[in-house]
Design a protein around this ligand. Structure first.
Ligand SMILES: [Zn+2]
Length: 470
């Protein structure tokens, strides 16, 4: 079952690729095809080899009345090898044309791979611009763990969430967190709708037909799974935190309780997180609240997490906010490193409680060890089922051990090294890997170097050990 689903992220068949790559190549550069996947241990076909994207310019036109999306993606990338062809991950939708460096390019689609063959081969190191025009009704994907992701229609619009690979349902790209890029996303919608994405709103322009174009700018690198686009009759609020971080939140009309619930503490949480983890990593913060029932989860879309319905628990808001440091700024190298996202975001919930008169992190840690569901309702879960650094398969990367045992790994470090060294470690980790990508091995090496402690036992028992830690 899992294997079949994995191959949903299929590479072009050998035959199709052969058909594209035989024949004469360019005059001076002799390229070879870029790889159709980045060999991620859990999603081997996600992403593509041979290039790194610097910038995506997405120009989207969406009409909620008929669910049709017209898109133009301009992808600026650097070739890491001489390329005769390269792949983009793209699911559904019709491709209407592809150009590379302004010249028409041949292309071929197999499964979720769009293979592009430029008129001339690209040289290693060359910065090249690919434009893809496309249209259609985007459809969501169902993940191996049963969750829905990608472009999802809501009761009054649409929202895009992309963990791990759903962003390929609304734009072609290198859909693996190992290739982060800057984004400019412009969304044009009919009168009466707001369109929200990541970063800062640069302009809002109405055309003669009453359609409005919202131009969003994200200069900081972003993994494509964190890109979002949300369309709906949102009520928008803006502001600034006391230290000057911009705020832009969009809330569905039926979810106005968000404005007085836990989300109202977001500015305070941003300041708290900056004190605990170091400066907030983006120019703005906020939230997108879509109608309840749209999704079965919240997602830490960059700068502006998506919540399905007004959040009712502070922990959830703190969790998605904490991901801005852990996951969004400091991103995983592969999906195997997911515990570095979720362990830290869960530990942030414990720290928030500890700092605001709730249970201490030590009490949470003990509650999980003893299964005390009075302290945390998930303490009775099978948090020990597998080591957080080695989920058994792709369906497990969002399972309890990745979150709770991941957080317990962090608390074990704190127990070993004490508060002063622990929080210096956390702030150093965030500062030294700001807007970068990290692996578990990077973390364990960094933790030992930064604290000066031998933490091998913690790694062996809590991070990698198969048995339930005692
Ligand atoms: Zn999370």
């Amino acid at each position: 079952m899992e294997l079949r689903t994995l191959y949903r992220l299929a590479a072009p068949s050998a035959v199709a690729l052969l058909a594209l790559t035989t024949g004469c190549t360019g005059d001076t550069v002799q390229g070879r095809p870029g790889a159709s996947g980045l060999r991620d241990p859990y999603f081997p076909r996600a992403g593509n080899g041979g290039y790194q994207v610097d910038h995506y310019a997405l120009d989207l036109d969406y009409d909620p009345a008929d669910g049709r999306l017209h898109g133009k993606a301009v992808i600026t990338a650097r070739a890491e090898q001489a390329l005769s062809s390269f792949n983009l991950d793209f699911s559904g939708l019709n491709v209407e044309g592809v150009t590379v460096q302004g010249e028409g390019a041949r292309y071929n689609r197999t499964g979720n791979e769009l293979t592009v063959r430029p008129a001339e081969d690209l040289a290693k190191g060359e910065v090249f611009r690919t434009e893809v025009d496309y249209s259609g009704k985007p459809k969501p994907l169902v993940d191996v763990d049963g969750a829905k992701e990608g472009w999802i229609t809501t009761s009054d619009g649409a929202v895009a969430v992309g963990e791990p690979v759903g962003s390929m349902t609304w734009f072609p790209g290198n859909h693996h967190p190992g290739d982060k890029a800057a984004y400019d996303i412009t969304i044009t919608v009919p009168r009466g709708y707001e369109a929200v994405s990541n970063g800062e709103l640069r302009s809002r322009t109405e055309d003669a037909d009453g359609r409005t174009a919202f131009a969003w700018h994200s200069p900081e690198p972003m993994a494509s799974y964190l890109a979002t686009a949300a369309v709906g009759p949102f009520k928008v609020t803006t502001g600034r935190t006391p230290s000057g971080v911009g705020l832009y939140s969009a809330v569905a009309p039926g979810e106005q309780a968000a404005n007085t619930g836990p989300l109202a503490r977001l500015p305070e949480m941003v300041e708290w997180g900056s004190g605990r983890f170091g400066p907030y990593p983006f120019a703005s913060a906020g939230a997108i609240v879509v109608p309840a029932g749209t999704l079965s989860y919240a997602l830490e879309t960059q700068g502006r997490p998506v919540f399905s319905g007004a959040p009712t628990e502070e922990e959830l808001v703190v969790h998605e906010l904490a991901h801005q440091w852990f996951g969004d700024s400091v991103s995983p190298k592969t999906w195997k490193d997911m515990w570095l996202n979720e362990g830290f975001a869960t530990y942030a919930e414990w720290l928030w409680a500890e700092d605001h008169g709730g249970s201490t992190a030590q009490e949470y840690f003990e509650a999980f060890r003893t299964g005390d569901t009075d302290v945390d309702r998930d303490a009775g879960s099978d948090w020990y089922a597998f080591p957080p650094a080695a989920p058994p398969g792709p369906a497990d990367i969002s399972a309890e051990p990745v979150y709770y045992r991941g957080a317990m790994v962090l608390h074990r470090i704190r127990q070993e090294v004490g508060d002063e060294k622990f929080f210096a470690l956390v702030r150093g980790w965030v500062a030294d890997h700001r807007h970068g990508n990290v692996s578990t091995a990077d973390f364990t090496a960094y933790a030992e170097k930064k604290t000066g402690h031998d933490l091998k036992k913690v790694w062996d028992v809590w991070l990698y050990g198969k048995d339930r830690p005692e």
